[in-house]
Structure formats: structure tokens, C-alpha cells
Design a protein around this ligand. Structure first.
Ligand code: AMP
Length: 407
């Protein structure tokens, strides 16, 4: 029997891997432009970090964590999300000042696998820690939006909301509870359970949503400070030309989430998996994992979903030129040329096996190389045969002019 990848996991191979490389490269470029340093944290952490940092009352903690005991008897968990780790790392490094950190990597959740819902999946993550300024919220929202556009998603909708803070939320929760209790019979089992433990989550329930259209919303109950914060986020998004839609029922159902919540929706994907990313402000997170109060805002984008949303996008070929060796005695010279062109920044490859010229050309076509250089008898006159694979044009080019010809 052959061994297969575990359920809910994927091998990411060419040609789709080319899209992944482009997504990561674009992420690296845009986060650098926005002033985010790279951060990597462990793939596994103390289970307690996620129990407290993702929240005991979440799906993630209750049902989806890959937890295990290591040989030293510690309870560890494969990270289901990045934010608690980034905040822990910030605390561990002293916890002072502002940290803008961006990352990418696999996350692990025990899900019922389907398209766009995997057990190992990949997220891009950006966190802006150490400021409660609404300009930080607007900046991270803009970052995610620009990224999705840059990577080729045309139909992206940004939805935003404010869920208040510990000053205004308790009173709102009471109003909401009363409203929900009056409709208890119509709600699903999960929602009924949450009326007392976590009423905000009920607003977000996919099943109950249609019944709750006229429910009281957090924005109607914001205190002055939260209202001003929210207005500034919206004004700033307007100033930087990021289109958004307010969704008064968009929530993050944990106590340490405050104020801004947002999502990125790929409007041409199926509703069940059309959220390509989400985020929010988490001014209570640091304390919930045992640190001092440190504000922060951030988001995660799902790469597996972005790939789905991009559809059958045809990536540019991975090579600039393929080098064909026409005479066995010139193999070393060919390899020297390959090495030299690579050093000049061209994407170059060749066939290491001793195949015929025809077979090497076949490989060049399969690899979608737009140009081929043939190292053959003209080499002794200091030239190679250069073929433009698109037009079929072919001519002798002096070796020292090859890079000019390629450009
Ligand atoms: P979350 O961390 O749950 O807020 O999710 C942020 C984004 O990660 C979502 O919008 C999805 O794009 C993606 N995502 C979350 N869970 C999964 C999963 N199981 N499989 C694939 N993508 C996921």
C-alpha cells in the first residue's frame, strides 16, 4: 500500500506552486513597503497560549486543536492561528514600543475538510502592535486590500464594523441578550447556548443570521470614544481610497476583541468559503495571555482560499532561457554559461542528462522557456545559436552579447 498525505492536507506542486510563489513574493514586497518586519514564531506552542489567546469558548479551542504531549509531558498544540504567538513573542521580547510584524506559514485545525477548508492551511498574517490609534486599523485594512488587489483578486469586498470596548459593550450585551431571549425558540442549539455565555457570537451565526436582521447592533451602542475611533477608521479608509461596506452584524466573539472588526470577501466564491481573510483590534489579548495591557490590530488572509478565488490564472513561465548542449565536449562550457547568466539575474535551466538536442528542445517547450541558447559548433567562433521560441527566429549571437540579446 502506498502512503498518502493525511486527510485535509495538500501537496502544493507546480504549476499551482508558481501562484504560491507569486503570492508569497507579493506579500514580502508589500509588507516591506508598509514598514512591516518579518516575524517567525514556533509552529507549536504551549496549549495554554491558544486556550487563553484564542479563547476557551471558540470552535478552535473546543473542537479543532491538534494538541499532544511531548516526551517531557508538556501539553503542546500545533498553532491554529498566528496572533496569540505574535503577541507572546512581543511580550517575551520586552513588550515595549510599536511592533509591525508580518509572517506566513501553515496553521492547523481539525476541520471537516472540503475545498477551501483544510486541516493544514496557510495564512498570511500582519500585526500592528503597541498602538490603539485608529490610523493603525486603517493601515492594516488597507494593507490586506492592496495585497489582494496586487495578487490579482479583482472582486474583493471589505466589510467593517466596530464592536465597542469594555466601557460600552456590557450594556450592549444586556440589550442583545434580552432581544435574543425573546426569540430563543427560533435559534439554533449553538446560539441558544451562547445567549448567556457569548451573545455577540449569535449575531455571526450563519444559520440564525436571517432571523436577526433587526437585532440591536454594537454600533448603535458605542461609547463616545469608540464612536470617534470607528469614524476615524472609516474617514482614513476613505482618504486612502479603500472601498468598504459596513456590516453591523460582523463580530469577533471574544472579550479581548475591541472596536474594529473586518473581513475580506471574494465576491465570486461560494458564500460558505468566500471569506479570504479577517481581522480586528485585540486590545485585551495581551492581558488574557498573562501580560501587561498592550493594544494591537491585525489580520490573517487564507492562501488556500485566495488560490481558489484566483481560479485558473495562467502564471508567467518560470524560465527566461533554456540552454541546450549540442556537443558533449561542450558540457562544461554550457554549465559555465548557465552559471554566469544566473549570476546576472536570469532564470536559467538546462538538462543534466545526456539527451539528444531534439529531446532537450522538448524539455525547453514543456518548461515554457521563451528562449533557447544552443551551445554547439559556433562556440569555437565565440558564439551560440539563440532561438526565440515564440517566433521561431534563430540566429548566431556572440557569447558576450547573450545577456543583451535576452533583455
Ligand atoms: P480566521 O483565523 O479563522 O479568522 O481565518 C482567517 C482566514 O484564514 C479565513 O478568512 C480563511 O481565508 C482562512 N482559513 C481559516 N480556516 C481555514 C481552513 N480550515 N482552511 C483554509 N483556510 C482557512
Amino acid at each position: 500500500m502506498t502512503i498518502r498525505a493525511p486527510k485535509g492536507t495538500d501537496d502544493i506542486l507546480a504549476p499551482v506552486a508558481r501562484t504560491w510563489r507569486r503570492m508569497l513574493r507579493t506579500w514580502d514586497q508589500i509588507t516591506e513597503r508598509f514598514g512591516y518586519d518579518l516575524i517567525f514564531t514556533p509552529l507549536f506552542e504551549a496549549t495554554e497560549l491558544f486556550a487563553r489567546g484564542s479563547g476557551e469558548d471558540t470552535e478552535i479551542v473546543q473542537k479543532q486543536m491538534y494538541s499532544f504531549s511531548d516526551k517531557g509531558g508538556r501539553s503542546l498544540t500545533l498553532r491554529p492561528e498566528a496572533t496569540p504567538s505574535v503577541m507572546r513573542a512581543h511580550q517575551q521580547a520586552g513588550g515595549s514600543g510599536v511592533r509591525k510584524a508580518a509572517s506566513w506559514g501553515p496553521m492547523f485545525r481539525y476541520e471537516r475538510p472540503q475545498a477551501g477548508r483544510r486541516r493544514q492551511f496557510y495564512q498570511l498574517d500582519a500585526e500592528y502592535i503597541g498602538t490603539d490609534s485608529p490610523l493603525a486599523d486603517a493601515e492594516v485594512i488597507e494593507l490586506g486590500y492592496r495585497y489582494l488587489r496586487d495578487v490579482g483578486l479583482v472582486d474583493v469586498a471589505v466589510t467593517i464594523n466596530s464592536i465597542g470596548d469594555p466601557v460600552c459593550r456590557p450594556a450592549y450585551q444586556e440589550v442583545l441578550k434580552e432581544y435574543l431571549k425573546a426569540r430563543e425558540d427560533e435559534l439554533c442549539d449553538d446560539s441558544r447556548r451562547r445567549i448567556d455565555s457569548n451573545p455577540l457570537r449569535v449575531l455571526d451565526c450563519k444559520v440564525c443570521k436571517p432571523l436577526l436582521r433587526d437585532a440591536p447592533t454594537p454600533v448603535e451602542h458605542l461609547c463616545d470614544a469608540c464612536a470617534v475611533h470607528y469614524q476615524t477608521v472609516k474617514d482614513t479608509l476613505g482618504a486612502v481610497l479603500v472601498p468598504f461596506v459596513e456590516d453591523p452584524h460582523l463580530v469577533r466573539g471574544l472579550d479581548y476583541y475591541t472596536r474594529t472588526a473586518f473581513e475580506y470577501i471574494a465576491t465570486d466564491l461560494d458564500a460558505a468559503q468566500n471569506a479570504v481573510g479577517g481581522g480586528g483590534r485585540y486590545d485585551g489579548l495581551s492581558e488574557s495571555i498573562g501580560g501587561p495591557p498592550i493594544p494591537g490590530v491585525g489580520f490573517a488572509l487564507g492562501l488556500d482560499r485566495i488560490v481558489l478565488a484566483l481560479g485558473d490564472i495562467v502564471e508567467e513561465g518560470a524560465l527566461d532561457v533554456f540552454v541546450v548542449v549540442a556537443e558533449e565536449g561542450l558540457r562544461t562550457e554550457a554549465i559555465e554559461l548557465v552559471s554566469d547568466l544566473r549570476a546576472r539575474g536570469f532564470r536559467v535551466d538546462y538538462d543534466p542528462d545526456r539527451r539528444s538536442v531534439k529531446a532537450q528542445f522538448k524539455i525547453a517547450s514543456r518548461r515554457e522557456a521563451p528562449n533557447v541558447l544552443v551551445i554547439g559548433e559556433e562556440w569555437r567562433d565565440g558564439a551560440v545559436t539563440a532561438r526565440d521560441m515564440t517566433t521561431g527566429d534563430q540566429r548566431a549571437v556572440p557569447v558576450e552579447e547573450v545577456s543583451v540579446w535576452l533583455r
